[in-house]
Design a protein around this ligand. Structure first.
Ligand code: 4G0
Length: 247
């Protein structure tokens, strides 16, 4: 999969995208991540990229001519969608990550000023995405979040093939508790069932604890999810117990 990122601060990306899993995926050719400096598309002597807003007020607006020159150069004749990262975008979630992971190429536009000229949005932006209800100094961190969340869904990027499919959110539930050795740590033990070797019982315990966590921490996720007969039965069980979970 190919990511093209348009930004005024390409140097912000050098750490995260070269490290660990993403670094390895890029070296192996599974991912290509290309950075484009918007300032390179400002043609005047001082390479000005922004201007004051019509109607007055604080803040600056990215100049449409600079931005469109950049977008059209990166896009070429491809049909890759141009995605703008902004607090006004559609909320990003795991379903959106899965959807984007099906594409061969996406173009991410990072703003650093209050806004882009509305005519750029109307004419050149295919989608606007927000990673959450908070404001950051730029769209660079949101772009990295999207590259990371999408990349780990591409077959081969994670070491173990099904680890991305198995984890929480993919099936709409939070993860169950996990333990490793020793069986007793500072007086705290591991649930007996996990030491029993009884795979059916372990599977049921994990499902029950996933449901317990989701019920306590994120009941909104359960309302959205269609539940199997087994899940409905366990939920009934949980509702008859007093719900116990520390934190
Ligand atoms: C556009 C995205 C971009 C407009 C970008 C700020 C948070 C997110 C930016 C603004 C961002 C997010 C109107 C402040 C850059 N902050 N939640 N900052 N305004 O995805």
């Amino acid at each position: 999969m190919r990511f093209d990122i348009l930004t005024l601060f390409p140097e912000m990306f050098s750490g995260p995208l070269r490290t660990s899993i993403l670094g390895r995926a890029r070296e192996s050719g599974l991912l290509s991540i290309n950075l484009w400096n918007i300032r390179d598309y400002a043609l005047d002597k001082h390479r000005v990229v922004d201007d004051t807003p019509y109607g007055g007020g604080a803040g600056m607006v990215l100049k449409p001519d600079v931005l469109v020159r950049a977008i059209e150069d990166v896009k070429g004749n491809s049909t890759a969608p141009v995605i703008y990262l902004s607090p006004q975008g559609r909320p990003f979630d795991q379903l959106k990550a899965q959807e984007l992971a099906q594409m061969s190429r996406i173009i991410l536009l990072c703003g650093h000023y209050e806004e882009i000229d509305e005519r750029v949005r109307v004419g050149w932006i295919d989608e606007e995405i927000s990673i959450g209800d908070y404001v950051l100094t730029g769209g660079e961190l949101p772009a990295m979040v999207i590259v990371d969340a999408v990349s780990r869904l591409i077959p081969g990027v994670l070491g173990h093939d099904d680890s991305a499919q198995q984890d929480s959110f993919q099936d709409g539930l939070l993860e169950h508790p996990h333990y490793t050795r020793p069986a007793e740590f500072r007086g705290m033990t591991v649930p007996d069932v996990l030491l029993s070797g009884h795979h059916e019982m372990i599977k049921r315990w994990r499902l029950k604890e996933s449901l317990r966590r989701t019920l306590i921490r994120r009941p909104d996720l359960l309302e959205k999810k269609s539940l199997s007969a087994e899940e409905q039965m366990i939920l009934e069980e949980l509702r008859n117990e007093e719900l116990n979970e520390r934190r």
